[in-house]
Design a protein around this ligand. Sequence first.
Ligand code: MG
Length: 206
Amino acid sequence: MSGRPTKIVCVGRNYREHARELQHEVPAYPLLFLKPPSALIASGESIVLPPASARVDFEAEIGVVIGRRMHHVGADQAPHFIRGFVCLNDVTARDLQKTDGQWARAKGFDTFCPVGPRVAEELDWRELEVYGRVNGEERQYGKASDMVFPIPMLLSYISGIMTLEPGDIVATGTPAGVGPLAPGDVVEVEVPGVGILSNPVRAYDE
Ligand code: MG
């Protein structure tokens, strides 16, 4: 990754089975939220569980890295603005997400956005898949073709709201199978063709 993105734009409930497991309807239009760039960590760095939360979940996702400034771009042209793809973990304090009503805290703690291990530039967005594993055990599997809103539509929609800058990251939603993390766990997100994003989990200790 080169430099820090100006923003990380995330999409909620973009796979039907995941919306169902959290007892939500699939939204009529993409449900967006932001993660702060200060939450970014690389592969190998630790996810730190904050004392404020009793339930921190992993969410394996396909991340899109923007290559050219996007402002009101149509879905047909959107793929030309993609630099490449990354593995992304949308780490979430599930209890705080429910109690706060909006998600800035639940999604925004330091270390809550592992991204890596590289930006893969040669892949076709239509063929992307994502796996989530905890301690080597597969927990999540999804593919881009199962998304409620496909990647070009997401990018077009977001670019009509906020200008996407080169290096900005779009997290495209997580498939079913999310679950809690505990100190000592190792969580992996794999996007075949990109690689494996691996992060140990530890308790906050000053
Ligand atoms: Mg997510």
